[in-house]
Design a binder for this molecule. Sequence first.
Ligand SMILES: Nc1ncnc2c1ncn2[C@@H]1O[C@H](COP(=O)(O)OP(=O)(O)OP(=O)(O)O)[C@@H](O)[C@H]1O
Ligand SMILES: [Mg+2]
Length: 250
Amino acid sequence: MSDINPFNLGNAPSDEGFCNRKKELKKLLTHARNGANAILFSARRRGETFLVKRVMDEVSREGYLATYVDFLSVISEKDVTEKSFNTVVRGVRENITDRSFMNKVKKLFTWIYLSIDIGPEGVSISAKYDRSETFGHLVDDISLGLDKCPKNNKRRCLVVFDEFQEITSPPENKRVEGVLREHIQNQANASFFFVGSRPPRPRSMFTDSKRALYRLGFIYEMGNIPKDEFAPYVVERFKKTGKECLLEIA
Ligand SMILES: Nc1ncnc2c1ncn2[C@@H]1O[C@H](COP(=O)(O)OP(=O)(O)OP(=O)(O)O)[C@@H](O)[C@H]1O
Ligand SMILES: [Mg+2]
């Protein structure tokens, strides 16, 4: 039986449902493997998120700890901390048992603790942190945890910040940028990708010498997938699902 939709509209790109972007993929993979930072921006809906998720998949298979933070709609420093914490803890949790996860979190973090709830659906573990702590201390904790994590596992990390332009929304944004810069610069085992497509585009955050994140990584602007590569992909996807789409139409 054929699929109804020939295209992958979800947010987990597979080898098959992914068109081109070979050059971009190669460059980003090189940066991730070298522990370098990259800034990727484009107009809306050009496939940035899809691309970085593809990179995350690839490096995860190589044993990296790959974490993805979506900063869309952060309005305070606390939101930034919370989103960062949640994704790092989720990354640490992947593929390990509850018991080793608990031991690992104890070893990695100071301000994060795990709370165990027993409910009608069984036992659930959730990560909590001390909310009275300052933003600086909490980011310190995430950063040191990330640093210890690869040493324990002989792994490296890739941290993706999607919709990074939103970091300018919290009233304390200057401090947020400053704290992030300090930690990102001191991270030897991790590579950071900053991705953004909504206005204000994040480019100036990295090119304005007065800003904290000035020249923190390689900057790329992503365009459309060229027509002569996208059209055959469309034809092929239709074919795979038992339908026909002529090249001219595609
Ligand atoms: N390289 C690709 N091959 C095939 N389909 C793609 C590719 N890139 C993107 N798409 C399709 O386009 C959709 C939107 O992509 P994606 O969410 O990555 O865009 P975006 O640039 O991050 O958008 P936004 O500006 O809303 O953040 C994906 O769900 C997928 O269906
Ligand atoms: Mg996106």
